[in-house]
Each structure stands twice: as structure tokens, then as C-alpha cells.
Ligand binder design. Structure first.
Ligand SMILES: [Zn+2]
Length: 169
């Protein structure tokens, strides 16, 4: 419990006193018992791109530590100062070699207790050449009805929302 609250931080950044978990501003947070400094953790923002082609969607087989060998939509963390849409476009290009342009926001997806917020964008291809980037073992288009094993269950929900949007408008 303490470990989860401290999130890996052990010492106060200001005075190096060991941090404690204390109820502060509505929840347990790391607090320095010496100088009173409170550590507030920000969420992480990721952008993901839904790239359709003939009724299928583009997925990558992940080469990184998280979800190695499993599949996900192209995407990744937004850099500080980067437009979220630009991050979706950049990640699609880095991971799949395709140039894309954003059509619309499909949704912003978050879960209680989960540090990552995902902004999902429907995009369309504008160029490039399909090729697995350094962070991908493989790339391919899949029918939303026959998805391979996913790294993030959230991706199935995102695709469901995307299909509802397409059918509804
Ligand atoms: Zn301190």
C-alpha cells in the first residue's frame, strides 16, 4: 500500500527526508514529514491512431517491454509541449511507416487507478510505406471482428467506440 502511494519515490526532493503516505487533499499522497512538501503525481497522456484500410484497422505487434509480442494500435506518449494530434501522427509514422492525417477524436479513455489517459484519433493514410518500425515486430491490418491478442484491453473498447461512431454518423 505504501509502495503504491509513493510510486517508487523514497525521499523528499527538497530535504531528502524519507517520505510518508499521508491523507492530503482528499487522498493518500507522499508527504515529507520534515518540510511538509507533498508529491503530486500527474497522469501520463498517450495518443493512439486508428488507421482503417478496407474495413480493417492497422495494428502493430509490440517489440517493447510493455506487451511484448502482443498487438496494439500504433500510439505512444505525448511529449511535453507536443500537440496530442501530432503525437498520434508521429507515433503512427514511427511504428508503421505510414503517413497519416487526423480526421476526428474518437474519445479520451481513462480508468480509475490507471496512470495513463489515452486520446484516440481516427486518421486516414496520406502516404508512406507500411513497414514495422524499431518499436514493432510486425504490422498488419485486422478486421475488428477478428483481432489478434491485444496488449491493452482498452484498444478493443476504443475500436468499438470508433465503429459505433462510423455507423452512427
Ligand atoms: Zn522535505
Amino acid at each position: 500500500m505504501l509502495g503504491a502511494v509513493l510510486n517508487g519515490d523514497k525521499f523528499c526532493m527538497a530535504c531528502a527526508t524519507p517520505l510518508e503516505a499521508r491523507e492530503t487533499a482528499g487522498r493518500l499522497r507522499p508527504v515529507c514529514p520534515s518540510c511538509g512538501r507533498v508529491v503530486y503525481y500527474d497522469p501520463k497522456i498517450a495518443a493512439t491512431a486508428i488507421v482503417p484500410r478496407q474495413g480493417k484497422v492497422l495494428l502493430i505487434r509490440r517489440a517493447g517491454e510493455v506487451g511484448y509480442g502482443l498487438w496494439s494500435m500504433p500510439g505512444g506518449y505525448v511529449d511535453r509541449g507536443e500537440e496530442v494530434e501530432a503525437a498520434a501522427v508521429r507515433e503512427a509514422w514511427e511504428e508503421t511507416g505510414l503517413e497519416v492525417a487526423v480526421d476526428r477524436l474518437v474519445g479520451v479513455f481513462s480508468e480509475a487507478g490507471h496512470p495513463v489517459i489515452v486520446a484516440a484519433y481516427a486518421v486516414h493514410e496520406t502516404g508512406g510505406e507500411l513497414k514495422a518500425g524499431p518499436e514493432a515486430l510486425d504490422v498488419g491490418f485486422f478486421s475488428p471482428e477478428e483481432l489478434p491478442p491485444l496488449a491493452f484491453p482498452r484498444d478493443a473498447l476504443i475500436l468499438e467506440r470508433w465503429r459505433e461512431m462510423r455507423n452512427g454518423s
